[in-house]
Design a protein around this ligand. Structure first.
Ligand SMILES: [Zn+2]
Length: 233
């Protein structure tokens, strides 16, 4: 990925990007590496964070990443999985594999997956806060107003268009922020996209910092669409 120097307030780098309570003790990749495959992209975004947040999130992120892989393969059987990282997680943590195995429910001829909502929301909040901190000069420490998960394949054409559209980009991102520097603008000065790819087909996201709304949209493994919104931004 391109590396861009930013000019925002350095004091915000001295406190954790997620909880704001603790001083920066470590750095955290957004997206987390468990959501990507090796070789990892160069210059993967990192944000300052405290050790507690870093550790607290990692279990939920592992659960989230393992769930996505199992949903995509329609199984929690290690032999049917493709991602090496997930196979290793299951080998190390049979209880996690069991938990995910029990989340598959076969009903009326349809296989569904019942995910633990709190854990998915925890991961979505963390990813969104990390993207906001990295892309704008305005980190969010409060909990989001809403979090929505949808599979891309279940979205109508209208929903898909609106999810990827720029219609809500009414104001330009703050000068000096990465969000401004990341806009893809064509030869006529028209904004083409504010989506940023962390790794092809695995993870992309957009941050829309509007007058009243802050919206983070994420697509994980071309499967799961996530929208995290803060009102009264
Ligand atoms: Zn923290």
């Amino acid at each position: 990925m391109r590396q861009i120097k930013i000019f925002s307030d350095y004091r915000l780098d001295l406190i954790c990007s997620y909880c704001s309570n603790n001083a920066t003790e470590t750095r955290d990749h957004v997206p987390s590496k468990i959501l990507l495959d090796e070789p990892f992209p160069e210059n993967l975004p990192v944000v300052p964070c405290c050790t507690k947040c870093n550790q607290d999130f990692s279990k939920d992120e592992e659960y989230f990443a393992c769930s996505i892989e199992c949903i995509l393969r329609g199984s929690s059987n290690i032999e049917k999985l493709q991602r090496q990282k997930i196979k290793m997680s299951f080998q190390k943590r049979p209880a996690l594999q069991k938990q995910i195995e029990n989340s598959f429910i076969f009903q009326n001829g349809i296989l569904t997956f019942k995910y633990k909502q709190e854990r998915f929301e925890n991961v979505a909040t963390k990813l969104a806060k990390g993207h906001v901190k990295f892309e704008t000069s305005n980190p969010q420490f409060i909990e989001p107003t809403s979090i929505v998960f949808k599979s891309l394949s279940s979205m109508t054409e209208v929903e898909t268009d609106s999810f990827f559209s720029l219609s809500q980009l009414n104001i330009l991102p703050e000068v000096g922020s990465r969000a401004l520097q990341n806009l893809i603008i064509d030869g006529n000065g028209i904004i083409q996209s504010n989506w940023k790819t962390a790794q092809d087909n695995k993870y992309k996201y957009s941050v829309i910092n509007d007058v009243e709304l802050l919206i983070v949209r994420i697509v994980v493994w071309n499967y799961l669409a996530i929208e995290v919104i803060w009102n009264d931004n």
